[in-house]
Unconditional design. Structure first.
Length: 87
């Protein structure tokens, strides 16, 4: 995630995930993973995340969101895949 735009994209996705937590839960995101998803998104939304850490967080967030099997979850996973594959 050396490109600053990738970090910004991760930040935007993190904000979107936070705004859609209820939908993600309805699509299968477990209550046990909700805290991890929230913490990762809040960290990605912080401006002081180094690129290597952001890459790790993007992959972890993607793994957690695969539990949400609906359109919202699949959309976020696809966006995170796009960020991760462009490293």
């Amino acid at each position: 995630m050396s490109d600053p735009n990738r970090s910004e994209h991760a930040r935007v996705i993190a904000r979107s995930v936070l705004a859609n937590l209820e939908s993600l839960q309805a699509e299968g995101l477990g209550a046990g993973d909700l805290g991890d998803v929230t913490a990762i998104c809040r960290t990605l939304d912080a401006s002081a995340v180094d690129p290597d850490s952001a890459g790790i967080l993007v992959r972890r967030l993607r793994a957690l969101l695969t539990a949400a099997h609906g359109l919202t979850g699949r959309t976020f996973v696809g966006w995170l895949d796009d960020i991760d594959s462009s490293t």
